[in-house]
Write a protein that binds this ligand. Structure first.
Ligand SMILES: *[C@@H]1O[C@H](CO)[C@@H](O)[C@H](O)[C@H]1NC(C)=O
Ligand SMILES: *[C@@H]1O[C@H](CO)[C@@H](O)[C@H](O)[C@H]1NC(C)=O
Ligand SMILES: *[C@@H]1O[C@H](CO)[C@@H](O)[C@H](O)[C@H]1NC(C)=O
Ligand SMILES: *[C@@H]1O[C@H](CO)[C@@H](O)[C@H](O)[C@H]1NC(C)=O
Ligand SMILES: *[C@@H]1O[C@H](CO)[C@@H](O)[C@H](O)[C@H]1NC(C)=O
Length: 865
């Protein structure tokens, strides 16, 4: 019973253990990827790459057929400008003719082409095209592998940071890339919000505080106004329960086209102009030169962040012209003069959206790589005042660490500080639909309602009520075009089966049946219509109510709630009631007179940019897996070739060494000759076919050499092993002899005294016979073996020595283990039985009792070889 419980408990533990997966957080930036893994038992930190760096350059590329990641991929841009892909974040879901794409082509030498979906792909020098989602997925998969080698298990769940201004199209692209990389998106979290989570982790807020998270990244500057408040989770038991922290995003401001990359671009243009002046040559069309300039611009910008001037140096920038120029910070800042007013602007936009002023804010927390650029930092200081500036979070890592903590709390598998997050959307989202025609010929009006205005909480639902009798379409769209050149139209949702449902409800006696559709803005910022129903209300006299009355339901709570129908009536039969999930559910409860709602079918269409279809994603996933498999096969082949080559050089060294090596001593002339010939043949094969051979051929070649070396190795091993094996045989001879002498003496005594004897004479004679035969065999064959030369095969094998010694040993042990006979007198019994057990329990002869004389052979140790 007890054991069963323990067993059950263990099972439960194992089950929950396997359910406990790790959570990977990825902060995917234009320049850098940062990642962090949350796994029980693994210290919480950012993930290190293969060079133990804390961030990975956001690049993927190919050097001929070798795929590269991180700085390896970034650094080849000067040589392979068409095969090195960086700053891909600009291109996620970007329409081919968008501002985002034209900006990208001004900073990158990569070849941008249009996909069938209207988004972009990049074309490699070999002509293959890779969608942005596929390229980003490769980077996600690379991070996944790093995480898996740390976790020691498969990593499935990932939380990815996205900028708050990301459109639904871009969010879809991130989720698709995660799926193509073989993972699941646990959530998307806004980067500013992730920093706030990280900030709250180690702090408490006895009085609510507002802070601005100012994030100057490579692609954009954004500011997030966050309210932090500590709340006792259970006011009644304040001292016992742990406090939780509520983080509420109150406002967001951003400048999508202003970030570190724009500064790099300005610096690159300074060099471009300078080169044009000095060398009377335009580099714009020279992809290699442009890629080299781009890399140098990034390097020089970093130097200018800490120094007043820097020297740009690019060897053979073009046509063997080396470029060298002194650049000053003043010159750089002059070139960025027009941007100055934009650096701090997002802070004021965020405050305005939050309905606050700087006075309400405790601090402005600076994060993001570009926040270190002096002109940006000083602009922000000038705008908000030095005293408000806080540099108390890690500008690079706060977002990814916060995202990991948030992911961990979402997955509910980890004990983390209880932090509740409430975030907002940053765009006005509206629904539009056509009014119901008054008459078949009347023109329909387009009606629009702002369903989620800027600042609406994410993770909320709203119920829209429509008075319709036919199928209709509800469009969801951004009210204004989002910056970057993304479309406004999000979804067109057909609501199907309306006329049938309404007719049925009417036949049942419903008055003014309506269609209700639930619109959601998810925690990850996706807007959608999740379900739609037709519902009606019934007069007391209706058939349905009579039926209800019969079954004793409903009649008591017939007090009508007109809230919903009133709103519905407001706008000639079609309007929306914007209420939160809670509000609508209470309304439903009160309106218990309503009959069961009839579910309607939804058909979701993508009027502008569609996310990838299931088939497209599967195809992309298979494509990536094929690349992985190809690379694995290539690695195996390289390994086989390297092993073969290593082996060949080793054998050649053995052959060439004419000192007294074991190899020389244990081999015969003809054997060495055969090996030498085979080796020469293999070297010739390698130089001729080595580059186009396959894995199996490398393995074969090695095997055919090994087969020649094996007899030599075998001899050598036998020589090494022989003294030990011989020692063992002699030792058992010696033990048996001792035992026999002792036992025979005892037997004689026992016979004389008439005491019961432990062994019979026959048993002892049989053992002695085996012993003598073994001794005789051993002497004879050891003599024969002595005559064998080292480079000849042995006549006496160590395996046979061991086997024969074992036979003797077994026979001896059998007697030793024999139970002492029952004696008639107590004394005799104790004496003999204790004695027996003393000599014999150990099967391993102990060194204290045995001192086997060393033999001639035992001196022939391997040192000689
Ligand atoms: C913001 O500051 C103003 C002026 O100091 C004050 O009146 C207002 O109540 C503050 N608002 C909040 C939400 O704290
Ligand atoms: C809804 O979107 C579709 C597809 O873009 C469009 O044809 C239709 O006119 C839109 N309807 C309304 C009412 O906006
Ligand atoms: C309407 O009623 C008919 C007859 O009872 C039934 O077959 C049909 O499925 C109903 N339609 C809906 C949408 O409920
Ligand atoms: C043989 O065995 C004895 C006793 O165990 C040991 O001292 C000696 O080193 C052994 N010799 C070899 C060659 O193993
Ligand atoms: C012989 O007898 C002595 C004394 O009783 C005992 O200790 C010893 O184990 C016996 N030897 C054998 C081989 O049985």
């Amino acid at each position: 019973m007890n054991r069963f419980c323990v067993f059950l408990l263990l099972c439960l533990l194992t089950v929950s253990e396997t359910v406990l997966g790790s959570v990977l957080a990825i902060d995917y930036g234009v320049d850098w990827i940062k990642a962090s893994l949350m796994k029980p038992g693994v210290p919480f930190d950012v993930l290190l790459n293969k060079d133990s760096k804390r961030k990975i350059q956001s690049s993927v590329g190919w050097k001929q057929s070798d795929r590269l990641f991180g700085s390896d991929a970034f650094n080849i841009a000067g040589r392979f400008p068409l095969d090195s892909f960086s700053s891909l974040k600009y291109l996620l879901a970007a329409p081919h003719d968008s501002e985002a794409v034209s900006f990208y082509t001004s900073i990158s030498s990569a070849d941008v082409v249009e996909t069938s979906r209207g988004t972009v792909a990049l074309r490699r020098s070999d002509g293959t095209e890779w969608s942005v989602e596929e390229l980003v997925a490769m980077q996600f998969a690379y991070v996944r592998e790093l995480a898996e080698s740390l976790a020691g298990e498969r990593v499935h769940d990932v939380i990815v940071t996205v900028p708050p201004y990301y459109t639904q199209f871009e969010r879809d692209a991130v989720v698709d890339a995660v799926e193509i990389a073989g993972m699941r998106t646990l959530a998307l979290v806004h980067d500013g919000t992730a920093v706030a989570v990280n900030y709250a982790m180690t702090r408490t807020f006895p009085d609510p505080e507002y802070h601005v998270i100012y994030d100057a990244g490579a692609s954009a500057i954004r500011a997030t106004v966050v309210n932090f408040a500590s709340v006792a989770s259970d006011p009644k038991a304040k001292s016992l329960t742990k406090d939780s922290t509520q983080i509420s995003v109150a406002g967001v401001g951003f400048d999508r086209m202003m970030g570190g990359t724009e500064l790099d671009r300005r610096l690159r243009n300074i060099m471009l102009d300078d080169f044009r002046r000095k060398h009377k040559k335009d580099l714009l069309g020279d992809k290699r030169a442009m890629a080299k300039l781009w890399k140098e611009a990034g390097r020089v910008k970093t130097i200018l962040s800490a120094n007043a001037d820097a020297t740009a140096t690019i060897e053979s920038l073009t046509d063997d012209i080396d470029y060298r120029a002194k650049l000053t910070r003043a010159e750089f800042e002059e070139a960025c003069q027009d941007l100055k007013g934009r650096y701090a602007q997002p802070i004021f936009e965020a405050l305005e959206n939050a309905g606050l002023t700087l006075d309400n804010v405790t601090s402005v927390i600076l994060t993001g790589g570009a926040s270190r650029t002096p002109m940006i930092q000083s602009a922000v200081k000038a705008a908000v005042g030095d005293s408000k500036i806080a540099l108390n979070v890690n500008a690079d890592e706060a977002a990814v660490l916060g995202a990991a903590l948030h992911g961990a709390s979402l997955s509910r598998q980890f004990k983390t500080k209880d932090i509740k997050v409430s975030d907002i959307g940053v765009y006005d989202i509206q629904v539009s639909y056509l009014s119901e025609p008054k008459s078949p010929s009347a023109k329909q009006r387009t009606l629009s309602t702002l369903v989620y205005p800027t600042g609406s909480k994410t993770g909320s639902k709203k119920t829209l009520t429509f008075r319709r009798k036919e199928d209709f379409t509800v469009n969801l769209s951004y009210q204004k075009p989002p910056p970057g050149g993304f479309p406004t139209e999000l979804l067109a949702v057909d609501i199907i089966g309306v006329s049938d449902a309404i007719r049925n409800l009417t036949e049942l006696g419903a008055i003014e049946p309506v269609v209700k559709a639930t619109v959601t803005l998810s925690d990850s910022g996706f807007v959608s219509i999740k379900d739609a129903v037709a519902v009606g209300e019934y007069k007391a006299e209706s058939i349905a109510d009579k039926l209800k009355g019969l079954f004793g339901a409903g009649s008591s709570s017939e007090t009508e709630t007109e809230a919903e129908t009133e709103t519905a009536a407001r706008d000639e039969g079609s309007s929306s009631s914007s209420s939160t999930a809670e509000a609508s559910s209470t309304a439903d409860k009160k309106a218990s007179v309503k009959d069961e709602p009839i579910s309607l079918e939804l058909q979701i269409n993508f009027p502008s940019l569609a996310p990838m279809t299931v088939a497209e994603k599967r195809q992309a996933r298979e494509r990536l897996i094929a690349v992985d498999n190809e690379e694995a096969a290539k690695r195996r082949k390289e390994e086989a070739r390297n092993t073969l080559e290593g082996y060949m050089y080793r054998v050649r060294d053995l052959l060439d060494d004419d000192s007294d090596t074991p190899f020389l001593k244990c081999s015969q002339d003809e054997e060495r000759k055969a090996i030498r010939e085979k080796l020469q043949e293999t070297f010739a094969w390698l130089s001729e076919h080595g580059d186009d051979a396959d894995t199996a051929q490398y393995l074969d070649k090695r095997a055919s050499l090994e087969v020649l070396e094996r007899p030599i190795i075998y001899r050598y091993e036998e020589i090494q092993e022989f003294p030990h094996a011989l020692n063992n045989s002699q030792m058992w001879n010696w033990h048996t002899r001792l035992f026999l002498t002792d036992a025979k003496t005892n037997l004689t005594t026992e016979l004389e005294t008439g005491a019961p004897s432990k062994y019979t004479k026959e048993e002892l004679d049989a053992l002695e016979k085996t012993l003598i035969e073994h001794e005789k065999w051993l002497n004879e064959w050891v003599e024969k073996q002595k005559a064998v030369k080292m480079n000849e095969d042995p006549v006496l094998l160590t395996s046979e020595l061991k086997a024969r010694a074992k036979v003797l040993e077994n026979q001896l042990q059998k007697l030793v283990r024999k139970k002492a006979p029952r004696s008639t007198t107590k004394k005799a019994s104790t004496a003999s039985s204790t004695g027996a057990s003393e000599t014999s329990t150990s099967t391993e002869p102990s060194s204290t009792t045995s001192a086997v004389p060393p033999t001639d052979e035992s001196e022939r140790s391997h040192d000689e070889l």
